[in-house]
Design a protein around this ligand. Structure first.
Ligand code: HEM
Length: 458
């Protein structure tokens, strides 16, 4: 087929026009982004983030659970002040890497801000950095902030937000809390497992004495021991007997869930699944579910669970969960997971920090040894009954928790309704971080806050 020169030049000019148009669009897009940055950084004007072209684009894909509601629009300008460091699309997300609780504590101190607004992608987030604001959000407005935001932890490891730590406040949530208190955390339940804990402590001491004079990896030993004690209290068998590598698996799982996933904050980036994190979380979540399901299946198969044992008072948490017939196995697994995860890394990390501080402060170690010598003596193992008298030991634990909180921002909360804190408006669906690391080091509350000094609690 022949093409005339006129047709050719017509096609060429159309293609040229198209290219010019695309070029102009890209140029204007870049100009808008640069202008926005200039306005934000140089003039320090606060503006609703949704004004950026890209956020407009992805706002159409925003899932209903995470969409800032219309009410948020009206109140955006009265939200608490923002720190510098906002960039288009990602917002303040780059600030959240590494030790973000330290950098945010510095920002709060430098600008004397007890409440800060951050934009994580386009998710509004408020950080409370003083004990006064923490009391307001977790005390006066506790119901408004009782929800949890959607998270990888809740979706993949919390069995679709059925765990106590990730489910929204509801009748189910309250009922599961009561069930755990009754069968695991009440004074009576704790007392009934005293021997399990004593034997476990004895085994750790044996391990330490066998390795006297050598460096030991205390963390691994502690993690195995706390997990076995917790699982014996929850499902009446040590988890390491069924899964010898349970501790390493749980650490891997918690690390995965703890690392941030940009797709949660910028939904149109979610399908890219950078670093295949979601795929790995799904895989790990599936293994976790099978591991926990095994406890339920074994108990069902064993002769130990009859209708009469369901009416008994002394059943363990697993039996109580199986006896509650209206629960699904996912719900049962979620509650067992809550208790196992809650009781592992938290305790190990606190003990590890306490040991590290004591080794760094030999003078404090001497005082502690002196107290143990006076109250327990060298002839026997410390018993739980001794604890109320060991005031200095208790002060060491409190001081460790003040300086090294296991969860520096707590588990993130989320507002379920609009509320006003310190004259600022907080819209619904705003994420809340309480910077307990900053509160523990507040110079207005603690004298020499950076010094490890347990005597401040005596
Ligand atoms: C040294 C010990 C522990 C520390 C430092 C610790 C710390 C915490 C923190 C900071 C939170 C978040 C609170 C919030 O976001 O408002 C939390 C929640 C939770 N912890 Fe612990 N914890 C410890 C031991 C345990 C144990 C032994 C269990 C279970 C047997 C447990 C189960 C839970 C549960 C279920 C939640 C979620 C509560 C809810 O959302 O209503 N924790 N813990």
């Amino acid at each position: 087929m022949m093409i005339s020169p006129q047709e050719m030049s017509g096609d060429c000019s159309l293609a040229l026009l198209q290219q010019l148009l695309i070029f102009a669009m890209i140029l204007s897009f870049i100009t808008i982004i640069v202008l926005l940055l200039l306005v934000h950084k140089v003039l320090r004007v606060r503006m609703p983030r949704i004004h950026t072209p890209l956020t407009l684009l992805y706002s159409f894909k925003w899932p209903s659970w995470a969409r800032p509601p219309a009410a948020a629009w009206c109140s955006l300008l009265t939200m608490p002040p923002e720190p510098p460091g906002w960039i288009p699309v990602l917002g303040h997300l780059p600030l959240m890497g590494g030790l973000s609780y330290r950098s945010l504590a510095q920002v709060a101190k430098r600008h004397e801000l007890s409440l800060i607004t951050l934009w994580l992608g386009s998710v509004p987030t408020v950080v409370a950095s003083t004990s006064q604001t923490a009391k307001l959000v977790l005390g006066n407005h506790d119901m408004a902030f009782a929800s949890r935001p959607p998270s990888a932890m809740g979706t993949y490891l919390g069995f679709g937000n059925r765990s106590i730590a990730t489910s929204p406040p509801s009748e189910y949530w309250r009922r599961m809390q009561k069930l755990c208190i009754r069968h695991l955390l009440s004074a009576q339940a704790i007392e009934s497992f005293r021997d399990v804990r004593r034997i476990s402590v004895q085994q750790i001491l044996n391990f330490l004495s066998e390795n006297r004079g050598h460096a030991v990896q205390l963390r691994d030993k502690l993690l195995d021991a706390t997990l076995d004690v917790a699982s014996t209290m929850i499902v009446s068998e040590p988890i390491s007997e069924l899964y010898p590598k349970a501790a390493q698996f749980i650490v891997h799982m918690l690390n995965l869930a703890g690392s941030s996933d940009v797709g949660h904050f910028v939904p149109w980036l979610a399908p890219f699944d950078f670093g295949s994190k979601r795929r790995e979380l799904k895989r790990v979540g599936h293994c976790w579910s099978s591991m926990l399901q095994c406890f339920i299946d074994r108990r069902r198969q064993s002769a130990g669970l009859s209708s009469t044992s369901c009416s008994g008072q002394s059943q363990d948490l697993l039996a109580a969960l199986i006896c509650a017939e209206d629960l699904t196995d996912d719900m049962r697994n979620a509650i067992i997971a809550d208790m196992l995860l809650g009781a592992s890394e938290t305790i190990v990390s606190t003990v590890e920090w306490a040991m590290a501080e004591l080794l760094q402060h030999p003078d404090i170690m001497v005082i502690l040894k002196d107290e143990l010598g006076r109250i327990v003596g060298l002839g026997r193992l410390l018993a739980e009954d001794d604890l109320p008298q060991l005031k200095f030991l208790s002060a060491v634990v409190k001081e460790t928790m003040r300086l090294h909180p296991v969860s520096p921002f707590l588990i993130p909360h989320e507002s379920s309704e609009a509320c006003e804190i310190n004259g600022y408006s907080i819209p619904p669906k705003t994420r809340l971080f309480v910077n307990v690391w900053a509160i523990g080091r507040d110079e207005g509350i603690w004298e020499s806050p950076h010094v490890f000094r347990p005597s401040r609690f005596l």
